[in-house]
Design a protein around this ligand. Structure first.
Ligand code: PAF
Length: 281
């Protein structure tokens, strides 16, 4: 595995590999890799000749009161995990390399962002879209891999790729779960012991909603109520949102039909968790 820190070298290496007919699978991350990232790398490894992983904590997707400076970083650990997954190139640029001076163009995402987590993070997806256009131009992948846990990000990237005619195949990858159904997240370690026992109820409530839909329920309000009741009755968590939208457009619906997302976010004492399921009815 080669660690590359400059844009020029990364572009030259990928251009050479692609000229010899190789396909490139790209996994963009902000580092501090966990099982979810490894799943993306494994799928990229299976489906492409080359795998490029980027680690870049992107300052412009953090709000002024968010945790850019304290975002967890451990490059050595990430490097050895990436080596274990047979990554070919690890792109690890500095902030100055990606944003050398004040940028003259910044993208604004004006759909799919005003709901779910985007509602409480104004400007977040503008920063994600802007850095991804740069990373896509630097790594020139055939396919780009994103986890479905952040389904809103997948929806935004889908819109970005379609609107800007970017010749990249978006590959959304299934959520990795613990045996009891809890979606894997680096934040799960911050759950208190009794909260850790309660946390699988999040996925259980989504599964119960799915079963209710399979039995014929089509009213999103009824489904929402089922989920809220279960979380309120079986956990100490405070519900941030439980929402149902058409996916990937993230527009509201009166009757469940087509492809939909049921997404939730809850706050435990020291950690906010998200989960979702995407269904086609
Ligand atoms: O999901 C992330 O880690 C980031 O939002 C991404 C896609 C790497 C862009 O900075």
């Amino acid at each position: 595995m080669k660690v590359v820190t400059t844009i020029k070298e990364m572009q030259a290496l990928v251009a050479r590999e692609k000229a010899s007919g190789k396909t490139v699978g790209f996994v963009p991350t902000m580092g501090f890799l966990h099982e979810g990232h490894l799943r993306l790398l494994r799928q990229a490894r299976e489906e492409n000749d080359l795998v490029v992983l980027s680690i870049f904590v992107n300052p412009i997707q953090f709000g002024p009161n968010e945790d850019f400076s304290t975002y967890p970083r451990d490059f050595e650990r990430d490097q050895s995990l990436a080596e274990g997954e047979n990554v070919d190139y690890l792109f690890y640029p500095s902030v100055e390399e990606i944003y050398p001076s004040s940028t003259s163009v910044k993208l604004t995402v004006h759909q799919r962002t005003g709901v779910l987590c985007g509602k409480s993070r104004p400007g977040h997806f503008d920063g994600v879209a802007t850095v991804l256009v740069k990373l896509f131009n630097i790594t020139m992948p055939t396919r780009a891999y994103f986890g479905k846990k952040d389904a809103q990000q997948v929806a935004v990237v889908e819109g970005l790729i379609a609107d800007f005619n970017i010749p990249i195949q978006l590959v959304p990858v299934d959520i990795v779960r613990e045996k009891d159904g809890l979606a894997k997240s680096s934040r799960n370690v911050n759950l208190l012991p009794n909260e850790r026992k309660q946390a699988p109820v999040l996925f259980k409530s989504l599964q119960t909603a799915k079963e209710q839909i399979e039995r014929g329920e089509r009213d999103p309000k009824v489904i929402r109520k089922t989920i809220c009741r279960m979380i309120e009755a079986e956990t100490d968590a405070v519900i941030d949102y439980v929402e149902i939208y058409i996916y990937p457009e993230l527009t509201p619906l009166d009757q469940l039909a087509g492809t939909i997302i049921i997404a939730l976010a809850v706050k435990f004492a020291n950690v906010r968790l998200i989960d979702n399921i995407i269904l086609t009815i």
